[in-house]
Design a binder for this molecule. Structure first.
Ligand SMILES: Nc1ncnc2c1ncn2[C@@H]1O[C@H](COP(=O)(O)OP(=O)(O)O)[C@@H](O)[C@H]1O
Ligand SMILES: [Mg+2]
Length: 399
């Protein structure tokens, strides 16, 4: 995170400053939906990533959040070329990655690594941690034999695993330790960029904090650049310099991290932020949560205009303007470095903000209370909109 100046003195970290290491422009990943067994024909597409333009600067952590299914993993997988994009452009350190083939692609792969949610699934259960760490060194021709073993030993120590971890198998470790091994494996080839996809989502809160601290100190030590993905805003908060919020394959808000929590400007982000627990219990009991109505629409058939309009509390408060249904809002800068894709985001900047948000929260807290008091068995509620208002989106407005 901290850069060195020409005199060797550390410069103050400026989130989002400097040349982008990674840049996507209108990135698209559409998965075909086909019909027919013998003569397969395409009948539609899942628009998992649908025109995402983002930059990640060297030494920066860009947090990427949004409900499950909004395209975060597909975006990361496309960026490191585990999945083929169907449109747009990916540049890494100024090179068009989509044009790379063969050995040039192989060299590029070393520079971009990924850490996954379930370290057990991504680690080979029949390999010791030591041989698992030595493998990528051989594949990339970086070290073999005794040198690879020494490097494996060094790696387990860097990530805080016990020295004898090299001789042990993944199943002998706890979840947190396995994630440390996953991190060591990503670090083995000395990458510049790491996409951490829900890397701490399956861990207990106390272990989450340890792993996040480890990632932050590794970032400083090795000048790493991170794309840090989570479905839960509270997880990305402490590590991210900037945060991008995704909804149905698109970026709806992009902002310096602190500003996103203090002054979110997209109605979707405001609802997400309202669901983040506040550590102070006195504040926590008075907190107004917003409930997003309905399910996340299908990315195979996204709503017209603004994709969020079917669940938007701000649109309701404003009397359901037609524009939200008719016209897709572009991502535009409303404050320095703070971009929002909402036609009516200005309404949320001035004096009306708190009145609008309070009205929407009152509304949703009333719904929540009646849902909690309902004695009807789940699935047999007499008020369908109440049951619709809880459920979708992990980490979101849970009662
Ligand atoms: N290989 C695939 N084939 C078809 N659809 C896919 C594939 N991978 C992901 N999807 C769909 O793309 C959408 C985005 O998925 P994903 O990127 O995993 O979201 P997230 O990581 O935000 O939960 C989902 O609707 C998912 O079902
Ligand atoms: Mg995912």
């Amino acid at each position: 995170m901290t850069a060195l100046t020409s005199t060797g003195a550390p410069a103050a970290p400026v989130p989002g400053a400097g040349a982008p290491l990674l840049r996507t422009e209108g990135l698209e990943v559409h998965f075909p939906i086909t019909e027919g067994l013998v003569f397969e024909r395409q009948v539609g597409a899942v628009r998992a990533v649908d025109g995402v333009s983002l930059e990640v600067h060297r030494g920066e952590t860009l947090g990427l959040v949004g409900e499950s299914g909004c395209g975060k993993s597909t975006f990361a997988r496309a960026v490191i070329r585990l999945v083929e994009p169907t449109g747009g452009r990916i540049e890494f350190d100024g090179t068009d990655v989509s044009a790379l083939k063969g050995s040039a692609m192989h060299r590029m792969r070393r520079r971009m690594q990924m850490i996954f949610q379930d370290p057990y699934a991504s680690l080979n259960p029949r390999m010791t941690i030591g041989s698992m760490l030595a493998e990528p060194l051989k594949v990339h021709g970086l070290a073999g034999g005794a040198a690879a073993s020494r490097r494996a030993q060094e790696l387990v120590e860097i990530v805080g695993l016990p020295r004898n971890a090299v001789n042990r198998y993944p199943h002998e470790f706890s979840g947190g330790q396995r994630q440390r091994a996953g991190i060591a494996r990503a670090l083995a080839v000395q990458p510049e960029f790491i996409a951490a996809d829900e890397a701490v989502s399956a861990l207990d809160v106390s272990i989450q904090a340890q792993i996040i601290n480890l990632l932050a100190s590794l970032q400083r030590e090795f000048n790493l650049t991170y794309l840090f993905i989570a479905h839960d805003l509270s997880v990305v908060r402490h590590i991210s310099d900037r945060i991008a919020v995704m909804y149905l394959g698109q970026t709806v808000e992009l902002s310096p991290s602190r500003q996103l929590y203090d002054q979110p400007l997209h109605p979707y982000t405001i609802a997400l932020v309202s669901a983040v627990p506040i550590p102070d219990p006195r504040v926590e009991t008075r907190r107004k949560r917003m409930i997003l109505l309905g399910d996340v629409p299908s990315p195979a058939n996204p709503p017209s205009g603004c994709r969020f309009h079917t669940r938007c509390w701000l649109r309701t408060e404003l009397g359901n303007p037609e524009r939200c249904v008719a016209e897709a809002p572009a991502l535009r800068e409303l404050r320095t470095g703070h971009q929002v894709a909402c036609h009516f985001a200005e309404e949320l900047m001035g004096d009306r903000r708190s009145a609008l948000a309070a009205a929407a929260a009152e509304h949703s807290d009333a719904r929540l209370t009646s849902a909690e008091e309902s004695t009807e068995p789940i699935g047999h509620t007499t008020e369908p909109d109440v049951s619709d208002s809880v459920g979708p989106g992990e980490g979101l407005a849970r009662s």
